[in-house]
Design a protein around this ligand. Sequence first.
Ligand SMILES: [Fe+2]
Length: 238
Amino acid sequence: MIDIHSHILPGVDDGADNIGESIVMARKAVEQGITNIIATPHYHKGKYDNDKEKVEGETRKLNQVLYDLEIPLKVWPGQEIRITDELLEDFDHNQIITLNGLQYILLELPSNHVPRYTERLIHDLQIKRITPIIAHPERNLEIIRNPDLLEYLVWNGAYSQITAGSITGKFGWKTKRFSNYLIGSDLAHFIASDAHNTGNRGFQLKEAYKMVQKNFGQKVVEEFNENAKSVLYGIKVK
Ligand SMILES: [Fe+2]
């Protein structure tokens, strides 16, 4: 399996605290059946200054440690970028990294609303041949109240990523129900762990896929897997 959203890099955000925790997370990922994982530390100016160069350096270091320990997991660089109206500027200043440096970018909305400039940003990114993926829309209060907002963003070229724990019920039954609604409405394109640690914010990817298989069938699971592969290799999602 490929996991396109994780906080496995040590000491850069609210994910793994140190290299020891990154290693334990890596072992858990392997247990889940994950072979490739994109490290997406928060990029949130003033709070988490994880620019492109830093993420690439930390990813290289972690890969070396995993290789030395013979842990069969490959880490690729990325960011979870809190959207601002300065995002394109940061991109031009080489602070932003797309997922594995290719076609897709992972965007984080504020948890309580969808900023008015989101639609414009999605449009402008696509002009630069970058495809935006909205991280965990199922946890955004405005989208929960009005799912049409997400449908509109998707209609305008964005993709959406549901967090595994939302599907398994970790964030409560309402989030679970809404996640299933989004999957059933073709408004979900990826499932990813958004793992922060090995405790209360673990992977649950295997468990989530199992539930999707039960509720929506094996074909839908395969589509999610295929889509994650497309992100890693920078090819178009079918
Ligand atoms: Fe995240």
